[in-house]
Design a protein around this ligand. Sequence first.
Ligand code: GCO
Ligand code: MG
Length: 405
Amino acid sequence: MKITDIQIYANCPDRNFVTVKIKTDTGLYGLGDATLNGREMAVVAYLTEHIKPCLIGKDAHQIEDIWQYLYKGAYWRRGPITITAISGIDMALWDLKGKVTGLPVYQLLGGKSRSKIKVYGHANGNSIEETLTNLGKLIDQGYKAVRLQCAIPGLDSSYGVLSDKKDYFELQSSRPLPPEQPWDTLKYLNFIPSLFQKAREKYGNEIELLHDVHSRLTPIEAARLGKALEPYHLLFLEDAVTAENQSNYQVIRNHTTTPLAVGETFNSIWDAKELIETQSIDFLRSAATHSGGITAMRRQADFASIYKVRTAPHGPPDISPIGHAAHAHLNAWVPNFGIQEFVGFGGQKMSKVFSHPLRYEEGYLHLNDAPGLGVDFDEQEASKYPYKRSYLPVSRLEDGTLSDW
Ligand code: GCO
Ligand code: MG
């Protein structure tokens, strides 16, 4: 099965996505997601200029060898641009192997460990009341786990709050330059425990609750938050601090039993090695699109399992349906599965451009048995929605200091 061509697409069917299509002499093609939010075109250039010429003529069955060739062969190891590009290629090769054997990718990984995939949804609002109303709506839709984010009183805008937007898939349009958002740790820490207190008062203890700090705290501040949230027993507290220095998590761990999750910006097992070995985290949130594709995610999960760390792949609106499908196959197989983040399937434009093998029902995703990843990409339709340059926000303290967004 020789690779005859590789096409790379950047489109914006509501959100920007980079899609890799590997064509072969069998007539079959494979699809991969290589979307890196806010830096999409760097990955497009990497794939077009540096990867494509090396792979034409290679055997598409050699997934492992191609992964090693692109990783070791670059010499410049790791980094989000390189690894997102490799991830897109890797997914497309697994898709191809599935198609040529007639099997869904989860079968190639070892078969299903579960019949359905537990997800957590997002509830947010401009006030505690509004957030809890939205939590109630998700509970009515069958969600068993929900992440809560709320506007922080006294701040003009807050991470994870949609404000007047209908959903996450509306967010892409208006960011020709990075928008700026305010941050104030004191206001945040004083407020967040009351959100969870009221959530438990209103909805009891059956629903799993989660929260994303989005890396805005120092280790000892995160420890204080973890302790304050203990009575509300979160499934996990996410990204309490940035994890560039992995030993930061030991500080948090030493103070609180609130479970910790991190990893959405990781692009290698090396970003998580110490966190896992020191048992400083409970859930690893790396994503197939940003962490080396299915080949690397499988290794990370196996390593994590030794330390009883479970997987909880990042599932934001800036990963394409192809990336989400890759997670679904991994999730169906992985023995140490935790939970999958799920924010919906996007709007009409997305569903015309991408088809996928997933169905949501009562708090779970169900994966069908289509061969490969079970996805498709309509390039005609996609060409109607050209890529739009768009940035993630940046965050500043009241005095103007740039802080972590
Ligand atoms: C999450 C995330 C995202 C990221 C986004 C950046 O937990 O879902 O933190 O919302 O901010 O993926 O591109
Ligand atoms: Mg997050």
